[in-house]
Write a new protein. Structure first.
Lengths: 156, 655
């Protein structure tokens, strides 16, 4: 009687463990696949200018919006230039409504695709809750650009 | 003077927290009863002094005392009085004072409502909570003093509260969320106390359950409010962004959900004991991890407070100590815990276990997505990445759907053994029925969207299963109406919470699949057509609020030539900081929201305008409220009244 109970208990436990392994395995596989596909790398303007950023992949780019660079096109098309305030500038195109805190002279991050003519076509321009807050990526870009070393050499 | 008083109170509170952390626990060790009894009085003092400190900071805000640096940074004389008060928790220092106050409040509540516990158990639980309070208050005093003065030169005007936070949602969202986060420290403390005592019995689960349910319900409300606030305040019409900080609140919620279900099995059947303890430890650990992520600025988030590495380091150290020592204790003590009851492979126990596995896996995927930018940066010498919504949608959503299907099936199971045949016989007809109704509904009202039909089917299945469950519970009663009102409240709680999830998911899937959205350039007199509605733009006029100037757009909405509503979306410019903010105009109704937000002025009188049509979007938050209400209801259940607990504890306690 007692032995029989133990046995079913053990069998349950084995089934449980197998189920858990199968579940975890599937989940890990799914997760890694999704993660691999959906990582967006960040590139500084200098890296994009130097040709170190991939063309045609979704990436993120960031820098300061150059004063006087914001130009309106037809409908809601807009273009502006982001810079590391040193030597490198990238033109960004976007269609849609810009976030409230978007302004010339402010740091922004854009997510989108780099075209082979060097224009960055953004499908999202990142908004921040706080105008005093500088995205860490942009802060790094500015700090790196003002070091003496040429930025273009710093890749993976 | 007031600020110094507040600071002083906080120091006293730190001392009391230290006493609470040490004396009752030492009393247990030495068998000194009067020391153990201090666990009843110390929490009163702790709450009183943190409360006074909180009141002092509030008074500094209400009297515009800009010599206090924190007040000067986050308030302004023009601010309406209710926002002056809520500005207290508008930034890091004050919000952590609120956190500490809530921690003291939970501690006091535990000491007041734990008369039924044995003295040594109560002393242990409250000592653990004392340790947590001590850590939090020390963190405040050491790195984030809200009472710091900027003397002798201080500004005559404050820098103003971030306009996005000048809103009703922000008055209530943080307190509710913190009630949940910090409330999870109660099951945590009880789990630790139980491990220390080595008395892991069902009485422990019975005692933890109502506290867990309350904390979890608050967390549910907090998350729901946050989602609602993001929807109407950020001007994008989105209600969830998989932002790092949203995830930080979602992870303890997921683990908390697992904990609630696992506690049920532990209380009713005495199974999964050590697993439940582990979940209790993890639920609160995720709360602390959330605090770390938000306050250290390690992740790019829309919520990030100003970055200060010192703070991040402190919380990380505290987190490591608390989680590390809890897990070590668990490793040492939990091995001896055995679940006695056996159960069949097909039983409610198994279903709850699978629910737990799914929830934990779901949490792990969210955790991975949230932390992978950190790991990547550390491994690749500062290379920054972001992981966006596509990852979470691809990974979390399938797991969630599996979980929902499981949820539909589970209430029909019984403890110990549920014959598959009986389960199928009951479930297959309602599943087929749900599928037919869902297909008809979605196809007729919108269009043939396979995924939408699939999800709506599950939602209907959940609801039908619940109705069947209610019917079964009343089936053998003679007077069914009387029986309906005499059912245990915890049953209603479960039904309501599950119904809430179904309502919420129905809202989510409808909003995702059948919303319409357009960003358009509009001149005065132009019309946009959407979902049968015509939005006529009638120009922009100037408006003025207490502390801002605004451009007010006028959009008349008609349907088949009949007036529906006139919306006034605003673009506000705040006088103090010059920051600009979009105030969307929404026409809410049970079945659809019309949402209009003003973008920027483009050229010669034209404006960028965002127009949304969002069917059933409100159901998302109604569902959340139902879930929370269900959670609260379970606590009112007769079973949890003190006398019954006392009896259970008396039986469980050794001589």
């Amino acid at each position: 009687m007692k032995f029989g109970k133990m046995k079913s208990h053990r069998r349950n436990r084995l089934l449980l463990v197998l189920l858990a392994i199968a579940g975890t395995g599937t989940a890990v596989g799914l997760v890694l696949m999704a993660l691999n596909k959906n990582i967006n790398l960040f590139y500084a303007p200098a890296e994009i200018v130097a040709g170190n950023a991939p063309v045609g992949e979704t990436i993120r780019a960031g820098g300061m919006v150059v004063n006087g660079s914001v130009k309106r096109g037809k409908d809601l098309d807009v273009s502006f230039v982001i810079s590391d305030l040193k030597s490198s500038e990238v033109t960004v195109r976007y269609s849609g409504i810009l976030p409230d805190l978007f302004r010339e002279g402010q740091g922004v991050i854009a997510r989108g695709v780099l075209r082979d003519d060097g224009v960055f076509v953004a499908d999202e321009v990142l908004a921040k809750h706080d105008e005093k807050y500088m995205p860490p990526e942009v802060a790094d870009v500015l700090a790196d650009a003002h070091k003496d070393k040429p930025q273009a050499g710093k890749t993976l | 003077m007031i600020a110094e008083l507040g600071h002083f109170c906080l120091i006293l509170a730190l001392g009391l927290a230290a006493c609470l952390a040490i004396i009752p626990a030492l009393g247990v060790r030495l068998g000194n009863e009067s020391w153990m009894r201090l666990s009843a009085s110390l929490p009163i003092g702790l709450f009183l002094f943190v409360g006074m400190s909180f009141a002092c900071l509030a008074s500094a805000f209400l009297t515009d005392d800009f010599s206090v640096a924190y007040v000067a940074r986050n308030s302004n004389t023009l601010l309406p009085v209710y926002y002056k008060f809520s500005a207290l928790w508008g930034a890091h220092e004050g919000s952590f004072l609120l956190w500490s106050l809530i921690m003291a409040g939970w501690t006091l509540a535990v000491s007041l409502f734990s008369g039924a516990l044995t003295l040594d158990m109560r002393a242990r639980v409250l000592s653990v909570m004392g340790v947590l309070s001590f850590g939090f208050i020390l963190f405040l005093l050491a790195t984030s003093d809200p009472f710091e003065r900027s003397l002798p030169i201080y500004p005559s005007e404050g820098r103003d509260l971030n306009p996005l936070l000048q809103d009703f949602g922000l008055i209530v969202h943080p307190p509710m969320l913190y009630m949940g986060y910090v409330g999870l420290s109660v099951p945590f403390s009880f789990a630790i106390a139980t491990l220390l005592s080595g008395r892991l019995d069902s009485a422990w689960a019975r005692w933890s359950r109502p506290w867990t349910n309350v904390a979890w319900s608050f967390l549910t409300i907090g998350i729901t409010l946050g989602s609602w606030w993001a929807y109407y305040e950020l001007g994008w019409g989105g209600w969830w962004f998989w932002d790092a900080v949203e995830n930080a609140s979602f992870m303890p919620w997921l683990i908390g959900t697992a904990l609630i279900h696992s506690l049920a099995a532990t209380e009713k059947r005495g199974v999964f004991k050590s697993w439940t303890v582990l979940l209790a430890i993890f639920a609160f650990s995720f709360s602390m991890l959330g605090a770390f992520l938000v306050r250290s600025g390690v992740l790019t988030s829309v919520h990030a407070f100003a970055v200060d590495p010192e703070r991040g380091l402190f919380i990380l150290a505290f987190l490591t100590i608390v989680v590390g020592s809890s897990l070590t204790l668990y490793a040492v003590k939990a091995a001896g815990i055995k679940s006695v009851a056996g159960f069949d492979f097909s039983s409610r126990e198994m279903f709850l276990l699978a629910n737990n596995v799914l929830l934990v896996v779901a949490t792990a995927t969210v955790l991975l997505g949230t932390l992978s930018p950190l790991a990547y940066e550390a491994l690749t010498d500062g290379r920054k990445i972001s992981v966006g919504p596509p990852y979470f949608n691809a990974v979390f959503v399938p797991i969630a759907l599996l979980l929902f299907a499981w949820m539909a099936l589970s209430p029909a199971t019984t403890w110990r053994r549920t014959p598959w045949a009986r389960l199928w016989k009951r479930q297959v007809p309602i599943l087929i029925g749900s599928a037919i109704v869902a297909t008809a509904l979605v196809w007729l009202l919108a269009s043939f969207e396979f995924v939408a039909i699939f999800v709506v089917t599950i939602c209907l299945w959940i609801v039908a299963g619940l109705l069947l469950d209610v019917a079964r519970a009343l089936g053998n009663k003679r007077d069914r109406i009387a029986a309906f009102f005499r059912m245990p409240l915890s049953m209603y709680g479960m039904w309501l919470a599950h119904l809430g999830i179904a309502v919420s998911v129905l809202g989510i899937v409808t909003t995702i699949y059948f919303s319409e959205e357009k960003d358009v350039r509009l001149e005065e007199g132009m019309v946009v057509e959407m979902a049968g509605y015509a939005f006529a733009f009638e120009g922009v006029t100037q408006g003025r609020g207490p502390n801002y100037l605004s451009d007010v757009g006028k959009v008349r909405v008609t349907r088949d030539g009949k007036d529906v509503v006139t919306l006034f979306p605003e673009k506000r410019r705040y006088m103090s900081g010059g920051s600009v903010m979009t105030e969307a105009a929404i026409d809410p109704s049970p079945f659809r929201d019309l949402y209009v937000a003003l973008g920027e002025s483009v050229d010669n009188g034209a404006w960028a305008v965002r127009v949304h049509y969002k069917p059933l979007v409100r159901w998302i938050w109604w569902g959340g409220i139902l879930v929370a209400f269900g959670g609260f209801l379970t606590v009112a259940d007769k079973r949890y009244r003190a006398i019954r607990v006392k009896r259970a504890m008396a039986v469980g306690a050794p001589a």
